[in-house]
Structures are given as C-alpha cells and as structure tokens.
Design a binder for this molecule. Structure first.
Ligand code: PMP
Length: 407
C-alpha cells in the first residue's frame, strides 16, 4: 500500500485596500487519530462504488442482480470469517450499522432471551459507552450488574472476571482492546474458564480496536459473540459486523423483513458490506507486518515524547496502535487545538467522549494530576517516523508557548 501524502494549500487574496496577504503553505496532514476513525483505502471505496453502481440489486430479490448482490455479501462474510478463524458451521456473520448497534444487539439480544431466569450480568468499568450504557439500562430493568474494575496496578485480571460470574449469570461482556489506552484485557483466558465452569453463560467481546490489528481468533477468545466495526480498519463509517455462535438465540433489536436470519431486519447495505469485506481482505494479508510497523512507531513515539517530558500512560504490552500520554500541566484540549494548527490531529482521551471527561483513566489508576492533560495517539500503516518527529517538535513548542496559559 502506498504512503499517501495530503497537501493543503491556503492562499490569501487581495483585500479591499489592495493589500495582498499571501499565505501559502504546503503541509501534510499528520493524522494520529486512527482509533477514532481511519481513512478509507482507495480500493475499498472503489468496491463500494462498484456495488452501488453495478451490483445494485436487492440481495433478497430472486433475479440475477439480486443474486449478484447476495454474492458480494457472501464474499464479505467469507473474509470476516477467515479473519476470525471461523467456519460457517460454527456460526453466523450478521452485518450491522457499526459496533454501537452490534454491542446493543449482543447485550439486549442475549438478556432478553436468556435473562428471564438468570438475572446477573457481568462487564468491566472500562468499556466503550455502547456497552457501558447498555448495562446501565439493564440495571434499570432489574438486572444485577457486576462491573469489574482494574486492580491497584491498573490491570484487569482473568481471575477477577472469572470470579464475577456465577451460575445465575446469563452474560459477560468484556472488550479486547481498550480504545483509550490500548490496554489488552485477558478475555480469552477468562472466557475459557467461564465457559468451562458455566457453559450457559454467553460470552461477548467488543473486538473493535483489536480486529485486524492484533492477532486474534474466535477460538482463542472463546467468545460466543464478537462485535466489529468497519471504520476502524479503513472501511467506511456505518458498517459493522457480529459473529454469533451457532444455536445462540438473540432477540432482535428491530423487527421487519426478517433479513439476516431475522436478527437484523432491513435491506443489507451491500456497498458498505462489500467495502468492509474488501478492507478485511486487504488488511488480513499483512497483519503481522502492520503490527510490527505499529510497534516500531509506538516505541519511537514513547522514546521521543518521554525525552521532552511527556508522561507515557499506556502500558508497554498494550496494543501498539494506541498510545496514551499526558503533557504535564497543559489541558488536553489546549494541546489538541495547538497541534491542529500545525495539521497534526490527535485525540484528547477518547473521541467518543467529545468534551465530556471519561472515567476510564481514573479506573486505570492514572494519577489525578494527569487526568486533564491526556492525549491519545493512534497509528495506522501510514504513520511514519517523520510524523512522530513533527509531533514531538510541535508538542515541545506547545509546552513552551502554552506555559503562559497553564491551568
Ligand atoms: N467499541 C469500541 C471499543 C470503540 O472504540 C468504538 C468506536 N469508538 C465502538 C465500540 C463503537 O463503534 P461504532 O463507531 O462503529 O459504532
């Protein structure tokens, strides 16, 4: 895949007084916010256009155009199943509008079917809001919700997840990679033991920040349900998928035409589905290369940013794609906008919180003095060392210039 450079040109025009102000800049966008969303790969957007303009039939139609559309869906299912290491005999791939819908479908779908007698549900305190808030709602409905927290070292142990489940538990939901700091939860180990002790407890994993980034398989995860999102892996926004293990009965969130085995009614978005499949195919082919690249970038960023006084918050063994750090005494948003002026795009904590402070860093035992100063960097195959050099230079400049307006 080619390294893409984006150039932005700003040219001022003559104002009414005839004073010509010409500001001409050629600068590449340094995009370090790939955990929020990614740039769509050209081949992937071309796949979507192909499905929109050439294979535009309704996949439920019996004629040839419908069957051709159905084939594109089958292709994408095959790609996702291969990436998860599953076969059609083991379960279904259901397409959704994204991971928010996937997580809601998993949590409400399971509890509606299996939560009539078993009223205990387990999750963690570091989940994405699409899981966290679904569990809040379950609590309002009368479920006993157990939320497992990181320990004093900021670790969620497999043992703590296992201990939270009992014979009255119908669901455990835990993410694989935390979106704010890249922390990898011991989901596979915990779910294996939970399935051994309580085979009826449904295991769900939000794999959004791990899928096609770190090595994973459904077998190793021991997850009955897996949630994925397209836009974190260079496919468009508005497409996601779920793996649902065979014989699991999920109550659908929406009723309608009964598409996708009745679990997700509504005409399938063939262009988005096909684009997702294409991205998975392209990325799965070089997962380890990209992983090694992200590791190099991450190591380099840790080194350079530590040198100028940044406090690295992500653990050494976190996903290499995400690096959380704090710039002492400078508010996250102040630094974010300072960097933006230089065409460097980062996130303050997590993009989902948009201005709201997230509790996740506190849960991970980040010291109170850093909570307002967190910056999240997230990398892609396009990130290179010069991006980190530019970032380090800009952060260093920011630390000097912004000192005057420190909190
Ligand atoms: N889970 C995690 C871990 C995420 O990072 C996100 C996206 N921020 C989601 C779920 C929601 O995904 P989507 O945007 O596809 O709804």
């Amino acid at each position: 895949m080619t390294d893409c450079a984006f150039f932005s040109f700003f040219a001022g025009k003559c104002n009414k007084l005839g004073v010509q102000i010409v500001l001409y800049m050629t600068e590449k966008n340094i995009y370090l916010d790939n955990a929020a969303t990614t740039k769509v790969i050209n081949e992937v957007s071309e796949a979507a256009v192909h499905a929109m303009t050439e294979v535009y039939g309704n996949p439920s139609s019996l004629h040839r155009l419908g069957i051709d559309a159905e084939r594109l869906i089958a292709y994408s299912k095959k790609q996702i199943m291969a990436a998860l290491g599953v076969t059609a005999e083991q379960g279904e791939i259901i397409f959704t509008s994204g991971a928010t819908e996937g997580n809601n479908t998993a949590i409400f779908g399971v509890t509606e079917t299996y939560g009539k007698r078993k009223k205990r549900v387990v999750t963690t305190t570091v989940e994405h809001p699409s899981v966290e808030k679904a569990f809040d709602r379950l609590e309002e409905k009368g479920f006993e919700v157990v939320r497992v927290s990181p320990d004093e070292n900021g670790e969620i142990t497999a043992e703590s997840l296992i201990q939270a489940v009992n014979e009255n538990t119908c669901l455990i939901s835990a993410m694989l990679v935390n979106n704010e700091n890249g922390y990898i939860l011991p989901v596979g180990e915990a779910f294996r033991e939970i399935k051994k002790r309580y085979p009826e407890c449904v295991t769900h994993c939000d794999c959004v920040q791990g899928f096609d980034k770190i090595p994973l398989s459904q077998k190793k995860l021991n997850a009955d349900i897996i949630t994925l999102s397209g836009h974190k892996i260079h496919a468009p926004k508005g497409i996601g998928a779920m793996f649902i293990k065979k014989n699991l009965r999920l109550s659908p969130l929406m009723v309608g035409g009964g598409q996708q085995k009745g679990i997700r009614s509504g005409t399938e978005s063939v262009p988005m589905i096909y684009a997702f499949g294409k991205a998975v195919e392209l990325l799965s082919g070089n997962l380890s290369e990209r992983f090694n690249h992200a590791t190099e970038i991450n190591t380099y960023a840790r080194e350079k940013l530590s040198e100028i006084g940044a406090m690295i918050l992500s653990k050494e063994n976190a996903s290499p794609y995400i690096l959380s750090l704090a710039i002492p005494d400078i508010k996250s948003e102040t630094m974010l906008h300072f960097l933006e002026e230089k065409n460097i795009f980062v996130s303050s904590g997590s993009a989902c919180s948009k201005g709201k402070t997230s509790d996740v860093p506190t849960e991970f035992k980040v010291s109170a003095e850093y909570l307002d100063s967190i910056i999240r960097l997230s990398f892609s195959y396009e990130t290179d060392g010069s991006d980190i050099d530019a970032l380090t230079g800009a952060v260093s400049e920011g630390m000097k210039n912004l000192a005057k307006i420190r909190k």
